[in-house]
Write a protein that binds this ligand. Sequence first.
Ligand SMILES: O=C(O)CCC(=O)C(=O)O
Ligand SMILES: [Fe+2]
Length: 304
Amino acid sequence: MPLRQAPDGATLLTYRRTCVSIPRFSAPVPPEKVVTALAEQGVAIVERLEPAAKLDAALRELSPHVEATPPGSDGFAGRRTRRTGALVARSPICRELVAHPFVLDVVGRVLGHASNFQLHLSQLIAIGPGEPAQAIHRDQWAFDFFPFPVGYEVQCNTIWAVNDFSEGNGATRVIPGSHQLADKLQFSEADTLAAEMPAGSLVFYTGSLYHGAGANRSDHVRHGLNLTYALGWLRQEENQYLSVPPEIARSLPDPLLRLIGYARGAYALGYVDDVRDPLDALHGRVSQSRLGDLEKAAERIRGR
Ligand SMILES: O=C(O)CCC(=O)C(=O)O
Ligand SMILES: [Fe+2]
């Protein structure tokens, strides 16, 4: 990860003065409050949005796949960390969580400046004991380090606590307010706060927030379910068309398929052969729809 030092001490000083705590809510909470906190701090925790037992059941559904997952091959992925993906194909509970109405409501407002958003990746992150802290980074650097303008969010992440997240077991480390800082800054663990939360809670953060997985100094594995959403015109980090094989995809409901990428972004992105809708192509139907909404596209040009 090509990090570099902060160009001037002032930026870090500003951060230290304003970073007090991570915005924290208890479910149920109106989505607007979470969206406001995300606009202000780039991060927000919603405690106990789902029963801990539900996350535990998801872990049981995934456990054969987790056992078969090799640990990471470099320090960033974590040599004592397993990252198990294809969660939409592998876990009915994860399908529910990917399409969680409250989460989609929040994400839809954070990414509402584009014509649609989609699932970017699904990953159960199992951090083993002894894993050091991950380098502090922005997830949107995945887009080949393109310098998106400050305030233009391209990604909204969620990490569900499958077991309790604590400072000692590798809770995600975040720098509230850092979504507004310059790009490619370098931070250390001491600059961050631990997103501690009980199982069944989740932390939302934008792709612009500086963060990283914490060090696991405990004797047990930290399980976090990372479900990330990004603008429909960006390439997905996890290739859903291969991660969810067509025979499984055909059994999934249309709204979930749209969410994982069987949708056209903007006016024409993602069509199949003779400008067919991807859902028509998946189900082997003749085209029942035309391209996207031309009038809406025209409105966007006019800036409405
Ligand atoms: O697992 C975590 O707490 C965060 C992981 C992360 O930030 C990443 O892998 O990009
Ligand atoms: Fe990350």
